[in-house]
Design a protein around this ligand. Structure first.
Ligand code: IPE
Ligand code: IPE
Ligand code: MG
Length: 236
């Protein structure tokens, strides 16, 4: 049998979209939606633990999101800082390994310190891996991987030709299995420069639900849809 029966995905990734619209519908500032979005991350993390999902990753801030108004960016970074500080004891209690992936060079020193501390503290936890993509872009990831491979080859005086395996093992996600399921909320059906390479054979699930409303029931619906998929990987 070459087909793979799908059950519980090993790695679920979510493009958390629609916070601004959720707030606007309530006559509130966009940040109000981002705050409620943090609650959804918590609910989905709990659910992933309950379901025995090994990796839950979330797209929190893209490279392109740096183009947003300074006030919104500042609010989002503050929110991130607070959320990490607040959730760390829970990560420890539940054996969750917390990781952040992205271009850290654009983050404040304070936020970097908080991230580093939490990542170090939870490094040996063997339960769910919760991975936050922050200041991330799929193109950036492929380019930095290619540069690493080329630099290494030049250093060794080898031909700078690159294989797919070499890219794969130098992506920022090199020790994380590629996503089985990608969920995007808020009705948008696009990848928005997220994990371009890693989603080559990922199953996509789109829902109209706005991120602050995406909780356990909606997550379960996505898993139900996934379990009906037949993944062929190009085979028959
Ligand atoms: C997703 O919600 C969160 C981030 C991209 C930071 P949005 O802020 O994109 O909300 P909408 O899409 O404008 O409703
Ligand atoms: C994608 O959402 C990025 C994140 C969820 C972090 P955006 O709201 O930035 O995407 P576009 O602009 O609608 O494609
Ligand atoms: Mg959006």
């Amino acid at each position: 049998m070459t087909k793979e029966k799908t059950t519980i995905p090993q790695h679920v990734t979510i493009i958390m979209d629609g916070n601004g619209r959720w707030a606007k519908l309530r006559g509130q500032e966009r940040l109000f939606g981002h705050k409620e979005g943090v609650e959804s991350v918590r609910a989905c993390t709990e659910f992933a633990v309950e379901k025995g999902i090994k990796y839950l990753s979330v797209f929190a801030f893209s490279e392109e999101n740096w183009e947003r108004p300074a006030e919104e960016i500042e609010g989002l970074m503050q929110l991130m800082l607070k959320a990490i500080a607040m959730e760390t004891p829970l990560f420890q209690k539940n054996g969750i390994r917390f990781r952040v992936i992205g271009d850290f060079s654009r983050l404040s020193q304070k936020l970097r310190n908080e991230i580093d501390e939490c990542m170090k503290l939870t490094e040996t936890n063997t339960g769910l891996q919760l991975i936050v993509f922050l200041s991330y872009s799929g193109k950036w990831d492929i380019v930095q991987a290619a540069n690493k491979v080329v630099e290494e080859k030049m250093r060794k005086g080898e031909q700078p030709t690159i294989t797919a395996e070499e890219i794969d093992s130098n992506l920022s996600t090199s020790d994380i299995p590629h996503p089985d399921l990608l969920i995007r909320t808020s009705g948008e059906q696009r990848i928005s420069n997220y994990m371009l390479w890693q989603t080559a054979y990922t199953e996509y699930y789109f829902t109209e639900v706005l991120w602050p409303d995406f909780r356990k029931m909606e997550f379960q619906q996505a898993l139900d849809a996934y379990s009906k998929r037949e993944r062929r990987f190009g085979k028959v």
